[in-house]
Design a protein around this ligand. Structure first.
Ligand SMILES: CC(C)(COP(=O)(O)OP(=O)(O)OC[C@H]1O[C@@H](n2cnc3c(N)ncnc32)[C@H](O)[C@@H]1OP(=O)(O)O)[C@@H](O)C(=O)NCCC(=O)NCCS
Length: 379
C-alpha cells in the first residue's frame, strides 16, 4: 500500500465527528476530558468523578458525587438470569463473555426500549456499574470461586477488586486500580468509541451500541494489546538476562512482528497515560518485592524506542501493573472495557443529543460498470 492509500484506509487524521468530550493533542502529548488535563485528574479525581465529568461536562460537587456513588452501588448486583447465563456459556475468552452478557443485560434493563435522554442517563450509570460486576464475577468463576455480592460501602475501584478476590483491597492497590480506570475512561475517536457512535447514530439502543464497542475493543490492535504484552513478557521469561530480552525483541522486529504496547495512531510523543502506568508498575512491584516485570518492561521500552522510534502506549505498562495486582491475563482487556464504558456511554449520549446518521462512502476499485450477468451455465 502506498503511504496515501494507507492513510486513507485507516481514516488517518480524518475528522469524523464534533465532540466536547475529549481533547487529544498527539504532537504535545496532551489528553484532557472536557478540558481537564489527565495528569490533574489522576492527582485529584476518582473514577466516579471522571464518569460524572464525561457524562455532564463538569466535575461533580460533593452532593452530586454522593448521588452517583449511590446510583452505581444500587445498580451493581447482577440478576439471577445473568449469573445463570454466565455459568452456562462454554469456556471462552473474557471479551466474548463480556460481549454476550452485556447484550443479555439489555434484555433485563427496565429502560431497554426507552431512548429518551433521561433513560439513557440511567442506562449509562447501570452499564458502568454492571460491566464491572460482570468482569469481576467472571474472573471469580474462572478462578473456581463463587460470585461475591458487591459492598455498597466501597468505591468503584475497591469494589471491583473485592468482588474479584473476596478480599478488601489495601490503599495502594485501590489507588493503582482507580488510576488505571481514570486513565482508560476516554480517548476521543478511538476504534471502539467510533463503533459505538456509528451504532448510536442509527438511533439503536445504548446496549446495542456498547456491544459493538466491546467487539471492537477486543482486537489485538486495540484493547487486546494489554494481554498480548503480558503474554510476551512471560514468553521471554521472568528470569531472562538483559541480553536475552534484547535478543527476543530484536528477533521479533527483524521478522517484522509488531511489539504489543508500542506505537499509536495519534501520539507522536509519550502517551501521557503511559507515564502514570509506568510509575504504578514500579510502585506495585516494589510493594510486592518483585520488580522484574517492571525492569523487563523498561528494558524493552528503551530498546524499541531506540531501534524503532516507537513510544510505549497505554497498554504497555498496564500489563505489568495488572499482573502485579494479581489480576489474571484473560481479564486485562475486559478491564479496559470496565473503564472505557464511561467514555463509550458519554459518546452515545452526545451522539443521541445531536444526531445524524453516520454513512460514509467507499472509493470504488472493483470491475468497471456494467458487467454482464450471464446465465449460470455460461459463467
Ligand atoms: C497502534 C497501532 C495499531 C497504530 O497503527 P498505525 O497507525 O496503523 O501504524 P502502522 O501499523 O501502519 O505502523 C507504522 C509503522 O510502524 C511500525 N509499527 C507500528 N507499531 C509497531 C509495533 N508495535 N512494533 C513494531 N513496529 C511497529 C509498523 O510495522 C509500520 O512500519 P512500516 O511502515 O515499516 O511498515 C500500531 O502501532 C500497533 O499495531 N501497535 C501494536 C498494538 C498495540 O499496542 N495496540 C494498542 C494501541 S493503544
Amino acid at each position: 500500500m502506498t503511504t496515501d492509500a494507507k492513510a486513507k484506509a485507516g481514516l488517518e487524521d480524518v475528522v469524523a465527528a464534533s465532540s466536547a468530550i475529549c481533547y487529544l493533542d498527539g504532537d504535545r502529548g496532551i489528553l484532557a476530558y472536557h478540558g481537564h488535563d489527565i495528569h490533574d485528574l489522576v492527582r485529584a479525581a476518582s473514577f466516579e468523578d471522571v464518569c460524572y465529568l464525561l457524562w455532564h461536562g463538569r466535575l461533580p460537587n460533593r452532593g452530586e458525587l454522593g448521588d452517583l456513588q449511590s446510583q452505581l452501588a444500587a445498580a451493581r448486583p447482577l440478576g439471577e438470569p445473568i449469573l445463570r447465563l454466565m455459568k452456562q456459556l462454554p469456556a471462552s475468552d473474557g471479551m466474548d463473555t463480556l460481549r454476550t452478557l452485556t447484550s443479555a443485560l439489555g434484555h433485563y434493563d427496565p429502560d431497554a426500549s426507552d431512548n429518551s435522554p433521561q433513560a439513557n442517563d440511567r442506562k449509562a450509570v447501570r452499564l458502568t456499574a454492571q460491566l464491572a460486576s460482570l468482569v469481576a464475577t467472571y474472573g471469580r468463576l474462572q478462578a473456581g470461586g463463587g460470585p461475591i455480592q458487591p459492598d455498597p460501602a466501597l468505591g468503584h475501584a475497591a469494589n471491583f477488586l473485592y468482588m474479584l478476590t473476596g478480599n478488601r483491597p489495601d490503599a495502594l492497590s485501590t489507588r493503582a486500580f482507580d488510576v488505571a480506570l481514570v486513565l482508560h475512561a476516554d480517548h476521543e475517536l478511538n476504534a471502539s468509541t467510533f463503533a459505538a457512535r456509528v451504532a448510536a447514530a442509527t438511533l439503536t439502543d445504548m446496549h446495542s451500541a456498547i456491544v459493538a464497542a466491546i467487539g471492537t475493543l477486543k482486537g489485538p490492535l486495540h484493547g487486546g494489546a494489554n494481554a498480548d504484552v503480558m503474554r510476551l513478557l512471560i514468553e521471554i521469561g521472568e528470569d531472562s538476562t538483559p541480553d536475552r530480552i534484547d535478543d527476543a525483541i530484536r528477533a521479533r522486529l527483524a521478522k517484522k512482528i509488531k511489539i504489543p504496547g508500542f506505537g499509536h495512531r495519534v501520539y507522536r510523543t509519550e502517551d501521557p497515560r503511559a507515564t502514570h502506568l509506568r510509575r504504578m508498575s514500579k510502585e506495585l512491584g516494589e510493594r510486592v518485592g518483585n520488580t522484574r516485570w517492571y525492569a523487563m518492561s523498561q528494558r524493552i521500552e528503551t530498546l524499541v524506542k531506540g531501534e524503532k522510534k516507537l513510544n510505549a502506549n497505554v497498554d504497555f505498562y498496564s500489563a505489568s501493573t495488572y499482573y502485579t495486582l494479581g489480576i489474571p491475563i484473560d481479564l486485562f482487556t475486559p478491564i479496559f472495557a470496565v473503564s472505557r464504558i464511561a467514555g463509550w456511554t458519554a459518546h452515545c449520549l452526545e451522539q443521541y443529543s445531536n444526531n445524524r446518521l453516520i454513512r460514509p462512502r467507499t472509493d470504488y476499485i472493483g470491475p468497471p460498470y456494467p458487467q454482464m450477468v450471464l446465465p449460470v451455465e455460461q459463467r
